[in-house]
Design a protein around this ligand. Sequence first.
Ligand code: NCD
Length: 301
Amino acid sequence: MDHVVTIQDLANDDIVSVLDRARELLPVAHGDKRNDVLAGKILATCFFEPSTRTRLSFETAMHRLGGNVIGFADPSATSHLKGETLADAVRMVAGYADAIVLRHPQEGSAQLAAEISEVPVINGGDGAGQHPTQTLLDLFTIREEVGKLEGLTVGLLGDLRYGRTVHSLAAALARYDTTMHFIAPKSLAMPRRVTTELPDGWSAHAALDGILPELDLLYVTRIQKERFPDPEDYARVAGAYTISAEILRDAKPTLRILHPLPRVDEIATDVDGTDHAAYFRQAFNGVPVRMALLEMLLGSD
Ligand code: NCD
């Protein structure tokens, strides 16, 4: 495995290796144990879009493994503002670092970078495309929280059109005999380019009612305001769904709720204290999972 542009770049065995290794690395992720396997290695984090969890957990992962980080979180402080192309920037950064994490508003940007870069490119989110490392930490979280990945009934709710995390996640869940329910307003339905790749076992719905009691897992997403070409279209769907503790009275006691975060209003704060809420643990899991991935990409030479 050279680049991680889409979740399809990872074979089933790669996913299992990352998840197993992430669990072993938990004490290092927590800072209770030292590991310097990436000493002397440099990771570049190039973020052309806002990020909190993805960038910081990649940086923590690298530091916890003894490596170093260069990069930027605000492209307006780089030559991007002078009109430098992404291709030129990637060519340059590939000479400075041993791997690159790229987040960019343009779908396909990570693929372009991978074609140019001499070092591994990890897609940290390309527009409404994919977010494969989020999917790895989602899978890790599901396995830790539910105990298995196989045969679950999962609801994916919210902005399934522009939300890149659900595009990668649906493709991954399809490998584990998952029954998937896509719950979204019609205008934000899961794109055909994603559903055509899925085996039978998925269905689309406008509302959560009736489906909730069946679910082992509910994956909630933010409506991706920044991707709407027309603000009026956003206004029409804003606040379309809010999961509250009251709604969850119909859920299985073992239901786990995941969210890639940030949340706006799609999960009420009264859910946070319930046994269903797994999203803050999920956010932490970005550290061990990204450690395992970085070790796999950079640790063997
Ligand atoms: C997500 C993203 O950037 O796609 N955030 C994240 O990486 N945890 C989800 C979002 O922004 O809504």
